[in-house]
Design a protein around this ligand. Structure first.
Ligand code: MG
Length: 377
């Protein structure tokens, strides 16, 4: 059947606030840089077309930035109305130019991310394929590790209990937070969790950028004995040179990239050979379109990939990466979506549902604080 161009009829943009069950603390709280996190703010984009197709995408912010993402998306969304939703690359460029004055990274492109992700969801749903299949998957499941249970507000006993329940639920690896002002306490927690897990469970640590170069090297050397899959964010997110020196000095792989907000910022890391594992975040770098560009560069540079947060999106993107990847299991977003992701034998299974395979719950609608429809309903 010949292709009949479709047209975007409307874009519904909403912002919702997801409350977290417990206030969350990583090392940034213990070093006094941030307060415990109590909520995550989402920008949701729902696109509908003249032919009746639909797609949903989201972007998010922690602690600040939610209202700015929503405001920017509202301002530029009109540029997409009437355009063929299949031409995602063209649409992305149009939206970028509509907001060009405030740049091509950070809040400006995070606002576009929700729309871009909705367009990819729509395209896959229209093709009746899971997004991973539309992109061209290398695998139908991805190794997964738990993050939610390993934060620093949790006692060692709680961390071990959560690790046990995660492993029993089919999650394959355990990540715990480090980066406390008292390095001896970090080492005590890592040693205790490694002993609890035994030598065969994949384990990672994440310092959330709270070490300086000297501390990172000393801690990295002390951590070698625990056979970690990686040390995450040992240094400031923008210190490509420091990460590169650390990567050369240690046997344990270095992972970073979650805080970066554009392809260009990631290219600095890649060019500096700063890490072994790149951790881009599609909503943070501006959507799936820039993420795919970045994934191509990362693969070309021989890097492993372990996308940050938002497993509902990243499961599909990780399945389509040429090298074996990891996806980060967070249970925080569970109340937002009707569907849940299946974990088995250490892996997360790509759902067979078309698109991303997500639908908002009534609870998510109830947490919506503002909403606007651009175009005609
Ligand atoms: Mg992290």
């Amino acid at each position: 059947m010949p292709y009949t161009p479709d047209a975007i009829r409307s874009l519904c943009l909403s912002t919702l606030t997801l409350p977290l069950a417990t206030p969350i603390s990583d090392a940034k709280v213990f070093t006094g840089r941030q307060r415990p996190m109590t909520e995550v703010v989402f920008l949701i984009a729902e696109v509908t077309t003249a032919q009746g197709h639909e797609g949903i995408g989201f972007s998010y912010s922690k602690r600040a930035g939610g209202p700015a993402q929503y405001a920017h998306a509202k301002e530029v969304a009109a540029a997409a109305i009437g355009e063929d939703p299949s031409d995602i690359a063209k649409l992305y460029t149009r939206l970028l130019w509509a907001g060009a004055s405030v740049g091509r990274s950070g809040v400006a492109t995070q606002a576009l991310a929700a729309i871009d992700i909705a367009l990819w969801d729509l395209k896959a749903r229209r093709a009746e394929l899971p997004l991973a299949k539309l992109l061209g998957a290398h695998r139908d499941s991805v190794r997964t590790y738990d993050t939610s249970g390993g934060f620093l507000h949790a006692s060692l006993e709680e961390v071990c209990e959560r690790a046990d329940s995660s492993l029993a639920a089919g999650i394959g690896g355990i990540k715990i937070k480090v980066g406390l002002p008292e390095s001896a306490e970090d080492l005590r927690r890592v040693a205790a969790v490694r002993t609890h897990l035994g030598p065969d469970v994949p384990m990672m640590v994440d310092a959330n950028q709270q070490w300086d170069r000297r501390t990172a090297l000393r801690m990295g050397r002390r951590l070698e004995e625990f056979d970690l899959v990686w040390i995450e964010e040992p240094l400031d997110a923008e210190d490509a040179e420091g990460h590169a020196a650390l990567s050369r000095a240690l046997d344990t792989p270095i992972a970073t990239g979650e805080m970066l907000a554009s392809v260009g910022e990631h290219v600095r890391l890649i060019d500096a050979r700063a890490c072994d594992v790149l951790q881009p975040d599609a909503p943070r770098v501006g959507g799936i379109t820039p993420f795919l560009r970045l994934a191509g560069l990362a693969d070309h540079a021989g890097l492993d990939l372990a996308p940050h947060f938002a497993m509902e999106i990243h499961l599909h993107l990780a399945a389509a990466y040429p090298r074996e990847t990891w996806v980060e299991h967070f249970d925080w977003l569970d109340p937002l979506f009707e569907e849940s992701l299946e974990t088995r034998d250490g892996r997360m299974l790509v759902p067979s549902r078309p698109g991303l395979g997500i639908t908002l719950t009534e609870q998510a609608r109830a947490w919506t604080t503002e909403s606007v429809t651009v175009g005609s309903r």
